[in-house]
Write a protein of this length. Structure first.
Length: 474
């Protein structure tokens, strides 16, 4: 069985004039550059437009700063230690190295079948390319992954602070590759009937579990999540940080109901802002603090708050999804494409709105509706509910909003969440001497995915699979 990507439609990324063996490298570099530079430039432009509208800066100063920032972003994309070069090494290396490795394997392992030798050559070429590709990213020094150890009190007078390098900057990339490899292997081991079950049952279950872990981490261990993803959840949740801090202190034991532990000022400041009775924020006097505080101005009804949350989240999501889907639809504009883009945006906004609504209503269910009926209304029970059960209930429910999405979208969303859930069990920074383990995992996982793309692209699911197929097509 030959390992060859099936031909795809010719397009602007076909590069027919380039040598066939270099086409994957060129496509990968250009797509990597667009991925790394495009969003940052778009953010810069939007910030620039917003500032000009508000007239916060003099035009000449504002324009000069904008141009300098734009040039910096464009230049950084060409850095050999950045993502575009990594993509080029990965795709180009796995293509260029395959034939030389195939020749070596043909001589060294003649007992293997032709298909097995070709598959082994494909795996090894991708492994080597992935190894050197991620090592290229590791050579970039980031201030976030350096740590200065101060001089100890009993050190000699001429002792200097030590600066050590830490690993972990590429952890999200490695976990993404691992999740994709596990998905590919699972698809190889399952029958066509089982594949349908994966789409209908396993993908929603995987997303529900992954998103629940991510939301739990956002509440109680935000440092375990990627910084950008943490900021995105905070923006989508739209919740007063003092409320989150109060629930964290309930879990840590700093805030205890029925006791004066000096925590009253935290929620009383929130009461003052929302014009609630100050006694609501005193855990020694009010047990528990009212659910109306969780509703943040929506009144005492948990159900009304849930409906209100849904519509606010839906509007916020549409502002994100609709421009993107319309931009894709305008590549081949037609009335049908525009309608399909609007419907897709509405569905995705409904999914995200339901996710946020289920999380908040899960908190209310545990605090007000079901928790006191099932566990009791005593002070220890109230402490237990606010120490994690209410957040846990929200985490348990929110992910099932996935069922609103289409089966094809469920694959991509589940694969998006899985690496973030894995990351909650691992340190964001770790000693540099252990980095080789991450390198091995990334290289082996990437080799599995690339081998499957070359042999049968349909085994790599979702948008990522189609994109990878397009890149590797000769």
């Amino acid at each position: 069985m030959a390992l060859a990507v099936r031909p795809s439609r010719r397009g602007p990324l076909s590069f027919d004039a380039a040598p066939e063996i270099l086409r994957p490298l060129i496509r990968a570099y250009l797509l990597g550059y667009a991925t790394a530079v495009g969003p940052r430039l778009l953010t810069l432009v939007l910030q620039y437009v917003a500032k000009r509208r508000r007239k916060q800066l003099p035009p000449d100063l504002d324009d000069g700063s904008f141009l300098r920032s734009a040039k910096h972003i464009v230049r950084m994309g060409f850095n050999l230690q950045r993502f575009p070069a990594f993509c080029a090494v990965l795709a180009g290396g796995s293509t260029i190295l395959q034939e030389p490795l195939k020749s070596i394997i043909d001589k060294a392992a003649r007992s293997l079948s032709e298909a097995a030798r070709l598959r082994l050559a494909s795996w090894l070429s991708a492994f080597v390319a992935a190894w050197y590709g991620i090592r290229l990213l590791h050579t970039y020094e980031s201030r976030a992954y350096t740590e200065t150890i101060p001089v100890a009190a009993d050190s000699p007078p001429d002792a200097q602070p030590q600066t050590i390098k830490l690993a972990g900057r590429t952890l999200d990339l490695t976990l993404f590759a691992l999740a994709r490899a596990l998905d590919v292997v699972d698809k190889l081991l399952t029958s066509p009937w089982a594949e349908q079950c994966v789409s209908r049952l396993i993908d929603p279950l995987a997303f529900a579990a992954s998103s629940g872990l991510a939301m739990w981490a956002w509440f109680y261990a935000p440092e375990t999540l990627p910084r950008t993803y943490n900021k995105w959840i905070t923006s989508a949740a739209s919740v007063d940080p003092r409320l989150i801090e109060a629930l964290r202190r309930c879990r840590s034991g700093e805030l205890q109901y029925g006791k004066d532990t000096g925590q009253a000022p935290l929620l009383q400041a929130m009461c003052a802002d929302f014009k609630w009775p100050l006694v609501w924020g005193d855990p020694a006097a009010t047990i528990p603090f009212p659910c109306e505080m969780v509703h943040m101005g929506c009144g005492p009804s948990c159900e009304y708050h849930a409906v209100s949350r849904f519509f606010r989240a839906w509007k916020w999501s549409m502002a994100t999804y609709l421009p993107l889907t319309l931009a894709f639809a305008l590549r081949n504009p037609s009335r049908k494409a525009i309608i399909r883009a609007i419907i897709s945006s509405c569905r995705s906004a409904t999914f995200l709105g339901s996710f946020i609504t289920l999380f908040y209503y899960g908190v209310c269910l545990a605090r007000t509706r079901l928790g006191p009926l099932l566990l009791g209304d005593s002070v220890p029970c109230r402490q237990r509910i606010d120490s994690g059960l209410c957040v846990g209930t929200g985490c348990l429910l929110c992910g099932w909003s996935m069922l609103i999405e289409t089966p094809s979208r469920r694959k991509d969303i589940a694969m998006f969440m899985a690496p973030r859930a894995m990351a909650t069990f691992l340190p964001r920074r770790y000693p540099l001497e252990k980095q080789w383990r991450e390198t091995v995992v990334f290289a082996a996982s990437t080799a599995v995915v690339f081998t499957c793309v070359k042999e049968n692209p349909d085994r790599v699911r979702g948008v990522f699979g189609r994109l990878l197929k397009m890149v590797m097509d000769k």
